[in-house]
Design a protein around this ligand. Structure first.
Ligand SMILES: Nc1ncnc2c1ncn2[C@@H]1O[C@H](COP(=O)(O)OP(=O)(O)OP(=O)(O)O)[C@@H](O)[C@H]1O
Ligand SMILES: [Mg+2]
Length: 353
């Protein structure tokens, strides 16, 4: 499976059953850049694509240089690519369909830690599901957070399941709860149960979908350094534990030596990177591994994203290959330039004295 698509995300574009694509990894490795490009690539082959950021630090707006909100907005220059930024920590009353649940949910939130975040995540998924996008890409928050969100359906399912069975055992429990939570008459036992049952349905459905490798996959983004390798391994293990499919790794910020000029620092960094690259290839030989070059500049705006997106499909080839006639010729040109610059600097300094 891997060899056929080695060095690209072509397998993701070809898997037309995919509905949920999660992109995650350590902070600052390039999750937003990669998820944005993956959504751009998917928009070429799918009828409609939605990219969602669940990172409270919201940086889709930076990457696309366009402001996004919690409602899907068409990305400039596209007809079928939409983006939205949601805050997993928002108050529930900010969410649609949550009316009347506020006090109940906030009380529940105190009782079961993390349930408020889970609820708003579930509400968001419910909302997104009704919107009928062909595929939904998630630009997730740094590792720990993502895993917590993915874990929520199971946590919540268990909690709600318990609540339901309690309700069956003790009929009056729910009405007691409504009094306790002060939700009053306008929000009776039936309504609460209805909401909870509805929520449970969504969560069960989503849980099933997330665990189905035909529908869901998780793309790990990392850089060739020890900490990132370590975090990726942790991430892959957790995903396996939650039965969430993962078979793509993107290694970003790889140094390719195309300066033509010797640099001790660059050489040392490249040696270090190579060590971890080798380990990535060894550990994940059944994964599709995509290597992306470290650019001189940031990847900002639709055009920059589009330009960079080629390396997601065709493995990157450095412009200069060392040890060839062209390589040496280029090196001489660069060295001559540098010599001229140094001579000009010297002239300036001498005149200044
Ligand atoms: N290969 C690359 N070469 C040069 N710059 C890059 C590359 N990949 C990403 N960047 C830049 O690095 C910065 C961080 O990238 P990005 O925002 O995608 O990371 P992130 O993992 O989403 O970060 P965070 O964890 O803060 O959300 C951005 O300014 C981006 O333009
Ligand atoms: Mg980001």
């Amino acid at each position: 499976m891997a060899s056929e698509h080695e060095g690209s995300i072509a397998n993701i574009l070809e898997q037309d059953t995919l509905k949920w694509v999660f992109v995650g990894g350590k902070g600052g490795v390039g999750k937003t850049t990669c998820s944005s490009i993956i959504s751009i690539q998917l928009a070429r082959v799918r009828s409609s694509v939605l990219i969602i950021s669940t990172d409270p630090a919201h940086n889709l707006s930076d990457a696309f240089q366009q402001r996004f909100t919690k409602t899907p907005t068409l990305v400039n220059g596209f007809t079928n690519l939409f983006a939205m930024e949601v805050d997993p920590n928002v108050e529930n009353d900010d969410l649609p369909n949550g009316e009347g649940m506020d006090s109940f949910v906030s009380e529940l939130a105190n009782a079961i830690p993390g349930i408020d975040e889970a609820m708003s995540f579930a509400e968001m998924l419910k909302l997104v599901q009704t919107m009928d996008y062909s595929v939904i890409v998630f630009d997730t928050a740094p590792t720990g957070h993502t895993l917590r969100l993915l874990q929520f359906p199971s946590t919540l399912e268990k909690g709600l399941g318990k609540l339901m069975s309690l309700k069956n055992k003790f009929g009056g429990l729910i009405s007691q709860m409504s009094t306790l939570f002060g939700v009053g008459d306008e929000f009776g036992e039936e309504a609460i149960l209805g909401k909870l049952e509805g929520m449970k349905d969504v969560i069960e459905q989503v849980n099933k979908q997330f665990k189905n490798p035909d529908l869901t996959t998780f793309i790990c983004v990392c850089i060739p350094e020890f900490l990132s390798l370590y975090e990726t391994e942790r991430l892959v293990q957790e995903l396996t534990k939650f039965e969430i499919d993962t078979h793509n790794i993107i290694i970003n910020q790889v140094l390719f030596d195309e300066e033509g000029v010797e640099s001790k620092l660059l050489k040392a960094r490249m040696r270090m990177q190579q060590k971890y690259l080798d380990q990535f290839y060894m550990l994940y030989d059944d994964f599709n591994i995509t290597k992306l070059p470290l650019l001189q500049e940031e990847v900002c705006g639709v055009q920059a994203l589009k330009d960079f997106s080629h390396h997601f499909i065709t493995p990157y080839q450095p412009a200069i290959t060392k040890g060839t006639v062209e390589g040496v010729e280029k090196r001489i040109v660069i060295l001559k330039q540098q010599l001229e610059e140094a001579e000009a600097d010297l002239e300036k300094l001498k005149k200044g004295k």
